[in-house]
Design a binder for this molecule. Structure first.
Ligand code: CTP
Ligand code: MN
Ligand code: MN
Ligand code: MN
Length: 359
């Protein structure tokens, strides 16, 4: 038998949840390229390769140094032949030809454009592309295209919701929700989650967890909040999903990426006067407000910790946290609970997917 080797210093874990990652990215030239490739594989339904490039990007994002030669990556996990070839090209020529080819591809450009609309996923985008549509004006002018409520709002507020949300704007949104909640119930718990909780300076939306200290009292909370925001004229769009969470069915028959808690996907009207330092950018059209995407999730208070863990992100961190629990700790983790895997063998454990709706 081989003598045990000393653990190498500074090993980078294959699990995102075991890697310290700062918000600054020292390897953006590579990770931006990987994201283009990942998205292209996603559009073409090649899940494995898509995941491989997202994993590789996640590893490079965790490095406190910039990669200057491919040799420097030899001890890093999750970097395959393909990823290294792309990196080599970028280091040698300053760009990747494969990435450039994708960026200039009409289908890819169109799918990217269409999926940038709130409520439009890869399937709808593909359908529109197949009908010969290439631009928003063509989609909107096409007879026989039915836009659902979410997509209609997506087009209506396209400019605003594709503009990044700043920390100050997120704080202002938090104040609005906080006020509305405390009018409804004095013992509410409101917590920021998602990217802003991770310390990001900008986000595509603002995510909150909302519950009550008294178990069960959270049941009608979201409905009341939505009602209150509507009365104040702040609600531009709301998609409410009632809870399908049933504690007596825990552990759930399947462990899934999507949780069963009550939640809502909103678009709120945010007045510039409420934002310290003003809105993110001048609107140019005389408007003193902007539309902001907001997600609220409302678990029973005894599920608060799991919800917080599951909604803080990032996606890869969450994915690897579940994988780490399963493979390294023989446990099952989802947004509802953590279980000892050896005691829930009867339950079907599906292959992990990230089939969350794109927002
Ligand atoms: N999430 C979830 N269930 C949903 C929606 C989101 O569990 N129905 C989780 C996601 O897995 C993610 C977190 O909530 O970890 C936040 O999602 P999202 O707002 O999409 O991403 P952020 O990390 O906040 O990034 P961004 O700044 O772009 O909003
Ligand atoms: Mn978010
Ligand atoms: Mn289910
Ligand atoms: Mn969100």
């Amino acid at each position: 038998p081989e003598a045990p080797k000393a653990a190498p210093v500074n090993t980078v874990s294959q699990y995102a949840c075991q890697r310290r990652t700062t918000t600054e990215n020292n390897n953006r030239i590579f990770t931006d390229a990987f994201e283009v490739l990942a998205e292209n594989y996603e559009f073409n339904d090649i899940e494995g390769r898509c995941l491989a490039f997202r994993r590789a990007a996640s590893v490079l994002k965790s490095l406190p140094w910039a990669v200057r030669c491919v040799g420097a990556t030899q001890d890093l996990p999750c970097l395959g032949e393909h990823t290294k070839a792309v990196m080599k090209e970028i280091l040698q020529y300053g760009r990747s030809f494969e990435v450039e080819k994708i960026l200039s591809d009409e289908r890819c450009q169109t799918l990217k454009l269409f999926t940038s609309v709130f409520g439009v996923g890869p399937k709808t985008a593909e359908k529109w592309y197949r009908r010969g549509l290439r631009s928003f004006s063509e989609v909107l002018a096409q007879p026989g295209i039915h836009l659902n409520r979410m997509q209609q709002s997506g087009f209506l507020h396209y400019g605003d919701i594709s503009r990044a949300v700043s920390k100050a704007e997120a704080r202002a949104v938090g104040n609005i929700i906080d006020e509305a909640v405390h009018v409804i119930t004095p013992n509410a718990i409101l917590a920021l989650t998602g990217g802003f909780r991770r310390g990001k300076d900008f986000g595509h939306d603002v995510d909150f967890i909302l519950t009550t200290t008294e178990l069960g009292k959270e049941e009608n909370l979201l409905i009341s909040i939505i009602e209150s925001l509507k009365k104040q004229g702040l609600l531009l769009f709301s998609d409410y999903q009632a809870s399908t969470f049933d504690i007596s069915k825990l552990p759930s028959h399947r462990f899934e990426a999507m949780d069963h808690f009550a939640k809502c996907f909103l678009i709120l009207r945010l007045e510039g006067s409420l934002v310290e330092g003003g809105l993110q950018r001048a609107q140019g059209d005389g408007r003193e407000w902007r539309a902001v995407r907001v997600d609220l999730v409302s678990p029973p208070v005894d599920r608060y910790a799991y919800t917080m863990l599951g909604w803080t992100g990032s996606r890869m961190f969450e994915r690897d946290l579940r994988r780490f629990a399963r493979l390294e700790r023989q446990m099952l983790l989802d947004n509802h609970a953590l279980y000892d895997k050896t005691k829930v063998e009867d339950f079907i454990i599906p292959r992990q997917t990230d089939s969350l709706p794109r927002q």
